[in-house]
Ligand binder design. Structure first.
Ligand code: ACO
Ligand code: OAA
Length: 376
């Protein structure tokens, strides 16, 4: 690369910026591996807790490891009173991702030992904070949805697994097993995806030796955008705009004519379909059957087929997860915070990895402003 004619890759498209042992996204084989395991196998057989453990530790837990891990996670699920007060002070006109971002900041400001420190052992420094955030994000997300409906905080239950407790704290009861299972699958699929925009944001912030909470707060900000995690919310908005399957084609033609991006379709890395979609679509199908809502699947399929015909672009994970979260009873604006609650496992695994072999992330740019000039 010469200074005169540097190769510029807008959006870092196709640029390999570092190595990672956490996950591998393989568009050629349409596969996604977490620490070597296909995500479909993990989604079929593992709890979200086991997957978070795998991402952080590099191996699946044995029985004793899992028991100890679950005890730690279940023991820290409740929110401190000042975090709840901070949430209460935020107007309900604020987006739930803004609430989540703020609540994580408050948790970080409460941690008297928030700095990375000497970095002799990044895992030892980051892991307890990562686990605390993983345990507390459901309480923030659930409470925020409830207060918007005038409902009180529901205390966590330590006899429930992560997914069941999350739903219990949101809805005040644990729904049928089929619903809990679809929710668990979504969390496993959302947990990790290599150097996506929010994870890269977390790594950039970690690379300056800032702190875990700043890195996670920044990642939440990056995830909020509709080109990234915000798309699951935007999918539902589009479904509501369309209304029914018979209107999907006309809606799409209008949207494309006005140069709109169709949310939940396309991907920077997968150009021939997102490896996670079939698994999440199968879970959506179980929900459609459970709630007897074939209209949802009809609309899903109609828009997917129209998009394939018009643009040849396939859905990403946000496409099936949006309607799935809607059927479960989550508010549309709560969808991206659910993504964040799962992805905090991946973000923090990457923060540990970044710190374990750190280099300040600071690329170059080519200047194209005015030539040197001087004050008159
Ligand atoms: C879990 C996740 O975060 S997955 C991503 C979630 N985001 C979305 O669903 C938002 C909608 N999708 C998009 O905006 C894009 O597909 C992105 C941002 C995800 C990927 O973008 P890129 O890799 O930069 O692809 P790019 O934007 O260059 O698209 C290539 C072409 O396909 C078109 N295209 C890509 N996605 C879409 C879409 N969803 N709707 C309409 N056209 C699209 C682009 O307009 C572009 O067309 P052009 O060459 O005529 O200009
Ligand atoms: O990898 C990406 O760019 C976006 C994505 O699918 C994810 O973060 O899950």
């Amino acid at each position: 690369m010469s200074e005169q004619n540097p190769e510029i890759r807008k959006g870092l498209a196709g640029v390999v910026v570092d190595t990672t042992a956490i996950s591998s996204v393989n568009p050629e084989t349409n596969s996604l591996l977490y620490r070597g395991y296909p995500v479909q196998e993990l989604a079929a057989r593992c709890s979200f807790e086991e997957v978070a453990y795998l991402l952080w530790h590099g191996e699946l837990p044995g029985d004793d490891d899992l028991e100890a891990f679950e005890a730690l996670e279940r023991g820290q699920r409740d929110l401190a009173p000042n975090v709840r007060r901070a949430i209460d002070d935020i107007p309900t006109t604020a987006h739930p991702m803004d609430v989540l971002r703020t609540a994580v900041s408050v948790i970080g400001a409460d941690d008297a030992d928030s700095e990375f420190g000497a970095l002799a052992d990044p895992f030892a420094v980051v892991y307890p904070k990562a686990l605390r955030l993983l345990a507390q994000l459901p309480a923030i997300v659930a409470y925020d949805q409830r207060r918007r409906h005038g409902l009180p905080y529901v205390a966590p239950r330590d006899d429930l697994d992560y997914s069941s407790n999350f739903l219990h704290m949101t809805f005040g009861e644990v729904p049928d097993a089929v619903v809990v299972d679809a929710f668990r699958v979504s969390l496993v699929l959302y947990a990790e995806h290599s150097f996506n925009a929010s994870t890269f944001t977390a790594r950039v912030i970690a690379s300056t030796l800032s702190d875990v909470y700043s890195a996670v707060t920044g990642a939440i900000g990056a995830l909020k955008g509709p080109l990234h995690g915000g798309a699951n919310e935007a999918v539902m908005v589009a479904f509501e705009e369309i209304g029914s399957a018979d209107k999907a084609e006309a809606w799409l033609d209008d949207a494309l004519a006005s140069k709109r991006k169709i949310m939940g379709f396309g991907h920077r890395v997968y150009k021939n379909g997102d490896s996670r979609v079939p698994t999440m679509r199968a879970s959506l199908e179980t929900l459609v059957e459970h709630y007897d809502r074939p209209d949802v699947l009809d609309l899903y399929t109609a828009l997917e087929q129209a998009m394939e015909t018009r643009k040849g672009i396939k859905p990403n994970l946000d496409y099936p997860s949006g309607p799935a979260y809607n059927l479960m009873g989550f508010d549309t604006q709560t969808f991206t915070p659910l993504f964040a609650a799962a992805r905090v496992s991946g973000w923090t695994a990457h923060i540990i990895e970044q710190l374990s072999s750190n280099a300040l992330i600071r690329p170059l740019s080519q200047y194209n402003g005015p030539a040197e000039r001087h004050l008159a």
